[in-house]
Design a protein around this ligand. Structure first.
Ligand code: SIN
Length: 301
């Protein structure tokens, strides 16, 4: 038995360390620096039905302990992804979880139909939480709309469904409950926190789109709080995201209630971090004599 293997309802992964969407490109950029085959999963950048140019520059700015981005879901569109990016991703030896966003439930459903016809994809992650596009957070801030999208994608076939939720609500719990009831296999907690950087001398916001999404170590305590709240209230596997950069961070998310984690911003300044964390987790499991990493999840007292 593989002690690092995890199961999130219908989704089985060889280990709980995944590369987060939007921080790993479409993996081609990362393969010179990291053995991606050892990862628990790769989640490439969000794909939308049509190509999108993204938001005006500047699109990123470093802040204290964090990164503020306003990319705006820049991508070449779903057809191009399926034809040119997916075959390469699937050749890398790690489970591939395709991340999609759309403006309507129907668009989500149409992409899910196509993804379900591709047997090698491990799961689909629904980005219903991007703070940088108009309408981008609507699904994730409404329990009803979030549930509607999950139900539609679930109905498209057997592909496991993950809902990536926004922290930009008073409480994530009702949205997590709604998507769990609608049949998602797991929730990814959390996407970025809406924020702003200001150049006071110019009297201007730094980002071209004024507002952006904050990620990195600055948000780890906030993300842990949300993982804990959802783990207390909702019976759904959680994938923790938020400022994870070392093994202790991984373990903090697992004991708080996550079954797996995604490594995001850290990959920008330390591209090998995710593969290294898999190795370190394996060593820790050996040293501690753990039967399975699953036994760690939710052990916070
Ligand atoms: C973006 O493309 O703006 C970032 C993706 C996200 O926050 O979901």
């Amino acid at each position: 038995m593989n002690p690092l293997a995890v199961r999130l309802n219908r989704l089985e992964l060889p280990n709980p360390v995944l590369a987060a969407s939007g921080t790993f490109g479409y993996a081609r950029e990362m393969t010179p620096f990291v053995d991606v085959s050892v990862l628990g999963g790769i989640i490439p950048k969000t794909v939308t039905p049509q190509p999108r140019p993204g938001n005006p520059p500047p699109r990123t700015v470093e802040t204290s302990g964090g990164l503020l981005n306003s990319i705006g879901l820049d991508n070449d569109g779903f057809d191009q992804f399926m034809a040119e990016k997916l075959p390469y991703l699937l050749s890398l030896g790690a489970p591939v979880i395709v991340n999609i966003a759309a403006r309507t439930t129907d668009e989500f459903r149409r992409m899910a139909d196509v993804l379900n016809s591709q047997p090698d994809i491990a799961a689909v992650e629904l980005n219903i939480s991007c703070p940088n596009v108009s309408g981008g957070v609507d699904f994730g801030t409404s329990p009803e709309r979030a549930a509607e999208v999950v139900a539609a994608v679930r109905a498209a076939g057997d592909l496991p469904v993950i809902a990536k939720l926004t922290p930009n609500v008073t409480s994530v719990v009702p949205v997590a409950q709604a998507v769990a009831d609608a049949g998602c296999d797991a929730v990814s907690l959390v996407n970025t926190f809406q924020g702003m950087a200001v150049d006071w001398k110019q009297r201007r916001p730094v980002l071209g789109n004024r507002l952006g999404g904050l990620s990195g170590p600055a948000i780890k305590p906030l993300a842990l709080r949300i993982v804990w709240e959802v783990a207390q209230e909702v019976d759904v596997p959680i994938i923790g995201i938020g400022g994870i950069q070392c093994l202790d961070d991984v373990m903090e998310f697992l004991v708080t209630g996550a079954s797996a984690v995604q490594i995001g911003t850290a990959s920008f300044y330390d591209p090998g971090v995710s593969a290294r964390l898999v190795r370190e987790l394996r060593d820790l499991v050996d040293q501690e004599g753990l039967r399975s990493i699953r036994d760690i999840t939710g052990t916070l007292t």
